[in-house]
Design a protein around this ligand. Structure first.
Ligand code: FES
Length: 108
């Protein structure tokens, strides 16, 4: 599965071997995508894996659940309508070709 990350420095990283079942956060960490810190290790409790879902992909990715929603609220300054936590998005063939932009650190 191919996933493109735009890292926090604006650099494009195309990852072609993302394994289905991994989270997008794990893919980013495995390839050292700058700006994905994932402090909580994917437990949906830190919001340092925040990404903006690329144009046209939000429908396939779907909305955040309640727990994720609450976390995204905590980074409201940098939240966008297409914000998701990358640890809560699973790699699947449906998402082949997706683009995810790493959200800036809100600084708190
Ligand atoms: Fe902590 Fe995603 S890694 S919320």
């Amino acid at each position: 599965i191919t996933v493109t990350f735009i890292d926090v420095n604006g650099q494009t990283r195309v990852i072609e071997d993302a394994e289905p079942g991994m989270s997008m956060m794990q893919v980013a960490k495995a390839h050292d995508v700058e700006g994905i810190l994932a402090d909580c290790g994917g437990a949906c409790s830190c919001a340092t894996c925040h990404v903006y879902v690329g144009d046209g992909w939000m429908e396939k990715v779907g909305p955040p659940d309640d727990v994720e929603e609450a976390l995204l609220d905590m980074v409201d300054d940098v939240r966008q309508p297409n914000s998701r936590l990358s640890c809560q998005i699973s790699v699947s063939s449906d998402l082949d070709g997706i683009e995810l932009t790493v959200a800036p650190d809100p600084g708190y």
